[in-house]
Design a protein around this ligand. Structure first.
Ligand code: ASP
Length: 326
């Protein structure tokens, strides 16, 4: 038994999806890499200073929520009623404490609301007006709902409504003939969610996920992201996991917990567990997307069964690495 401390690491994702068919300039692609890189560096710095995995994933997801390139917080997609309904979750692998929120439209950083539920209430999951009232009581920053809106997302909604298709209908994705805005992954067929997982110097794991859901979704619909075990899970004994993809399928296979359960009950490695979920269990029910995961030894898996996933990781003491395509 050695006493060596684990080397802290953080990984993030900004959603998975299909390649864009519109022309992407090197500058546009570089903007995504730069955003991921800056966020990884902030998380890396926090971990290098001895900060907790919980603080690192919270910070990274907050920054992703502020970045309009990604579907969470500012830049979130619209529901079919031209509103925003934001979902988020956070989990601490050291003690299995967890917090989640769904259906928010006024809290600037949904992940902070999730963390407040975990740390300042006796509950795990709050939704809608009750969740927002709680966030207000906790002193979190509230914004007007149009703070989350961007012109690019409004255009996506118009396109989705024009073809009378909900972008949730990924099984029929081939029928979609949307004009994609200039982004490396096709914004109309991308599963937009952001997430982070981390291992800190104390050996603790944490995961956080935040999303606007799917363009043109039915109001009231909640995906996997805020469901503990489906889109988000962390347990020091196995792994921290944050998912992105067709939420309904991720819920049905209890995706994030499935990775941890395969490791705990089946003795699988992180890679084996993730591989089976992403390449076997999810495709078996037409589940598309991916996940990021880290185990207590610092092994990482950033895996997806779609054409690309905005992603990156940074180990303390090493240069961050970012990627979009396979
Ligand atoms: N999984 C998310 C949801 O279903 C969407 C996504 O990852 O883009 O809400």
């Amino acid at each position: 038994m050695t006493n060596t401390k684990p080397m802290p690491v953080i990984a993030i994702h900004g959603g998975a999806g299909t390649l864009s068919r519109s022309h992407i300039s090197p500058e546009q692609e570089a903007a995504y890499h730069a955003a991921l890189d800056a966020i990884l560096r902030a998380g890396q710095l926090l971990l290098a200073d001895g900060g907790s995995a919980l603080d690192a994933v919270s910070l990274a997801v907050e920054m992703l929520e502020d970045c309009p390139l990604f579907n969470a917080g500012h830049g979130a997609v619209f529901t079919r009623d031209e509103t925003h309904e934001l979902d988020a979750a956070v989990m601490d692998g050291a003690n299995l404490r967890a917090g989640a929120v769904a259906g928010l439209s006024r809290v600037r950083h949904p992940v902070r609301a999730a963390r407040a539920v975990m740390e300042r209430s006796e509950h795990v999951f709050l939704v809608g007006a009750g969740a927002e009232n709680f966030a207000r009581e906790c002193g979190l920053e509230l914004v007007s709902p149009d703070y989350f809106s961007t012109e690019a997302r409004r255009e996506q909604l118009r396109l989705a409504q024009g073809t009378n298709t909900t972008v949730l209908d990924h099984d029929g994705a081939a029928a979609m003939v949307f004009k994609a805005p200039a982004a490396p992954l096709d914004e109309t067929r991308k599963f937009g969610t952001v997430g982070a997982v981390a291992l800190d110097v104390h050996g603790n794991l944490a995961a956080a996920t935040s999303t606007g859901g799917m363009t043109n979704k039915r109001p009231g619909r909640v995906g996997d992201a805020p469901l503990i075990g489906a889109g988000t899970y962390a347990d020091n004994r196995t792994a921290a996991v944050s998912c992105t993809g067709t939420g309904e399928m991720f819920i049905r296979v209890v995706a994030a917990y499935d990775v941890c359960a395969r490791m705990a009950y089946g003795g699988q490695s992180l890679q084996e567990a993730v591989h089976q979920l992403v390449n076997e269990s999810l495709p078996a029910i037409s589940g598309q997307g991916g996940l990021i995961a880290v185990d207590a030894k610092g092994n990482l898996s950033l895996s997806f069964n779609s054409e690309g996933m905005y992603r990156g990781h940074a180990r303390v003491g090493e240069e961050p690495h970012t990627a979009i395509f396979r």
